[in-house]
Design a protein around this ligand. Structure first.
Ligand SMILES: C[S@@+](CC[C@H](N)C(=O)[O-])C[C@H]1O[C@@H](n2cnc3c(N)ncnc32)[C@H](O)[C@@H]1O
Length: 325
């Protein structure tokens, strides 16, 4: 039996849901607009009530009671690579849909005890900190005591991916808030060698051959066997710290940004979508729907979260709720 229930907004493929599930929290309902994400979500969370559609059409009155509301709201407007438009961008405004739903819950006297949000780290400093100040104020006005931390997956999640993200936790109860502690750093024992298969053959579509236009550039730059490289528009960058560079949603667009390796047989290839999911901490048996093309899965993996980081935060939220609320 699960004691606490999660409402999952911008659920994607359910990375946040998986982290919370591991901590003993079941998802009562989830919402996602993208039908391809929905397909992956449903294949892996068949018992969850997934509402496929625009968050703007959700009404709290139709939603089951929850203890925790979670959402990694669309982050593009806040990333360095994005357009730096913050809340003036339509996608940025989706944050206010979270606030709208919370207000509706409040009007019905069933505000969730906890809010958990995730975003790119640049949200924190965007517009000289004004954007994040607004996030804080909106949550505070609803009654939440808010704390936030920028966490790197390779330092806190024991997953070899460099991924700095902003995590925000709000508690209605002040004692809970005071008791909550962010996870501490953990040694990285789960190395690239445990995730990337340097030796076996993978499907031939992932290899670059001499007939590929960019092959000379790749061959010239991709020299080491146990490093991960990334094609950055016009140049190739090696990650020298033994981790994978941040997986991004634009891996789904024409293969750019998909991390590259030279395997033990000196062949250059992309990481497979499965390897990308493993680099986010998804379990080996996570189902990739058969009829989903690779570009969709790369995008879904890049857009998702590091499950282990979510799990560590979720576990602490559960501890606090058990002890204090
Ligand atoms: C950063 S991703 C979150 C991914 C998710 N945390 C996961 O584990 O896969 C943001 C998600 O919000 C969804 N989204 C964007 N606009 C939306 C809207 N208007 N209503 C509902 N979902 C939306 C996108 O399709 C995308 O899957």
């Amino acid at each position: 039996m699960f004691t606490y229930k999660l409402g999952s907004l911008f659920a994607g493929i359910g990375g946040i849901d998986l982290g919370f599930l591991k901590a003993g929290v079941s998802t009562a309902w989830a919402n996602e607009i993208d039908t391809y994400c929905a397909k992956t979500f449903k294949s892996n969370h068949s018992n969850t009530n997934l509402i496929v559609g625009d968050i703007c059409n959700l009404n709290a009155k139709d939603l089951e009671n929850i203890d925790i509301l979670a959402g990694g709201f669309p982050c593009q407007p806040f990333s360095i690579a994005g357009y730096r438009k913050g809340f003036e961008d339509d996608r940025g405004n989706l944050f206010f849909q979270i606030i709208r739903l919370l207000k509706e819950f409040k009007n019905e006297n069933r505000l969730p005890k906890v809010v958990f949000l995730e975003n790119v780290k640049n949200l924190y400093n965007h517009n000289n900190g004004e954007t994040f100040k607004l996030v804080r104020e909106e949550l505070k006005e609803l009654g939440y005591h808010v704390t936030e931390k920028i966490i790197n997956t390779c330092e806190y999640g024991n997953i070899p991916q460099n991924r700095e993200r902003l995590y925000i936790v709000g508690f209605l109860d002040e004692d809970c808030f005071n008791s909550f502690k962010w996870p501490t750093k953990t040694p990285l024992t789960n190395t690239l060698d445990k995730i990337v298969d340097w030796d076996s053959d993978v499907d031939k579509k992932y290899y670059y051959t001499e007939s590929t236009k960019c092959y000379p550039l790749l061959a010239e730059n991709i020299k080491n066997n146990r490093s991960i490289y990334q094609f950055r528009r016009v140049y190739i960058r090696e990650n020298k710290s033994g981790v994978c560079p941040t997986l991004t949603a634009n891996m789904g667009m024409g293969g750019h940004n998909v991390p590259l390796i030279k395997d033990s047989k000196e062949r250059i290839r992309k990481l497979t979508p499965r390897e990308c999911l493993l680099l986010q901490g998804f379990p080996k048996d996570f189902i990739i729907p058969k009829d989903l093309c690779d570009s969709r899965v790369y995008k879904q993996a890049g857009n998702s979260v590091s499950v282990e980081v979510i799990y560590r935060i979720a576990k602490e939220i559960v501890r606090v709720l058990n002890e204090k609320c």
